[in-house]
Design a protein around this ligand. Structure first.
Ligand SMILES: Cc1cc2nc3c(=O)[nH]c(=O)nc-3n(C[C@H](O)[C@H](O)[C@H](O)COP(=O)(O)O)c2cc1C
Length: 338
């Protein structure tokens, strides 16, 4: 039989948005429909944070976002927390971009491309990035150790840039970790980075589905108040994350960083998260879940994920204002140093 022509749908290129700024897809629905729609509507690229959620919740978040914007957006999946159903829902719902973190992208590339979905992989070192690119990733996010949340990065962001650019050749590069100003964005773009992905800056936005006290903590903290640890591991073991130090962290640290199984009150439930449609999820002490706005319970025992970027965050603001400020700062930096 003579081969039939297969029509491959054209993929949306998320690097062609008006501004080269993405919100990181922060898990547990923290980067929820309001934030994502608002980021995409502001001329940037919004990414839903589906990490740790069941596939029904992921489908619901995608539908809610489509109701708020007609602009393209993406969804982020954390592979070690995935049962595969979340990826399937993202494919079926046709998000424009799937961002994967912490795992092998190879099994997903063909299917994504067949459906016209771009695949972007957040990586923590040059080898991982080169491998993801060789699998056919449409772009690589390189994450530095300054980042908030789970940190795959092994070095500070700047240490990677020239080597990774050289190694990746034609695959676009997006930078993440500790980016808190237009000056940093301008410097990265001058070095050939095509976009930046910001997490912590967007937690402290009015639209993020984070509790008010979490947002306030980000505003009042400095980089020295954050730490890389593996303490909050219920739901995802042995993965480094950057959080703001809390009394729970300080006590654990002062008592010799007891390993999992030996810590105080392990297994205790500290609250519940509302997932919509009368579904709730109980949250154990040392959970990976951040203080999302639908959490009821002892919030101070949750991980307040934050990057060193807290240094440049002085206010809880609307996404549009955050984007306008970053764009203005980036432009003025370019003009000053032309
Ligand atoms: C609250 C929070 C949750 C995060 N959750 C995820 C996640 O679910 N998936 C992911 O790929 N990265 C996640 N990250 C990491 C981001 O992708 C990104 O690397 C980081 O936010 C960049 O550093 P910054 O916070 O200083 O901007 C998270 C970061 C934060 C602050």
């Amino acid at each position: 039989m003579i081969g039939r022509a297969v029509t491959v749908p054209e993929r949306f290129n998320p690097l062609e948005t008006k501004y080269p700024i993405w919100n990181a897809g922060m898990g547990g629905g923290l980067a929820g429909p309001e934030l994502v729609a608002s980021v995409s509507e502001s001329g940037c690229f919004g990414v839903l944070g589906t990490g740790g959620l069941a596939s029904e919740s992921v489908g619901q978040l995608i539908k809610e976002t489509r109701q708020l914007t007609s602009r393209p957006f993406g969804a982020n999946v954390i592979l070690p927390m995935s049962d595969g159903q979340d990826v399937a829902i993202c494919f079926d719902e046709g998000v424009e971009v799937l961002v994967l973190f912490w795992g092998d992208p190879q099994p997903f590339i063909k299917d994504a491309h067949k459906r016209g979905i771009s695949l972007v992989i957040q990586c923590g070192n040059v080898e991982e990035a080169v491998y993801a690119a060789s699998c056919g990733a449409d772009a690589i996010i390189i994450q530095g150790t300054e980042a908030g949340g789970h940190v795959k990065g092994e070095l500070e962001l700047q240490s990677y840039i020239s080597e990774i650019q050289h190694e990746l050749r034609d695959t676009p590069l997006i930078a993440a970790g500790g980016i808190d100003s237009g000056e940093k964005i301008a410097n990265l773009i001058k070095q050939g980075v095509q976009a930046v992905s910001l997490g912590t800056r967007f937690v402290a936005s009015t639209e993020a589905r984070a509790t008010t006290s979490y947002k306030e903590k980000i505003v009042s903290s400095s980089a020295g108040d954050t730490v890389l640890t593996k303490l909050y591991d219920m739901g995802w073991k042995n993965a480094k994350h950057r959080v703001i130090k809390t009394p729970l962290y300080e006590n654990w640290h002062q008592n010799g960083c007891l390993k999992a199984g030996d810590r105080t009150d392990e297994g205790e439930t500290i609250g519940r998260i509302e997932l919509g449609s009368n579904r709730t999820m109980s949250v154990p002490k040392y959970s990976v879940f951040p203080p999302v706005s639908s959490f009821n319970g002892n919030e101070n025992e949750l991980p307040f994920y934050a990057g060193k970027s807290v240094d440049g965050i002085h206010k809880i603001e609307g996404t549009r204002t955050i984007v306008e400020t970053l764009v203005r700062e980036t432009r003025s930096h370019f003009e000053r140093y032309k």
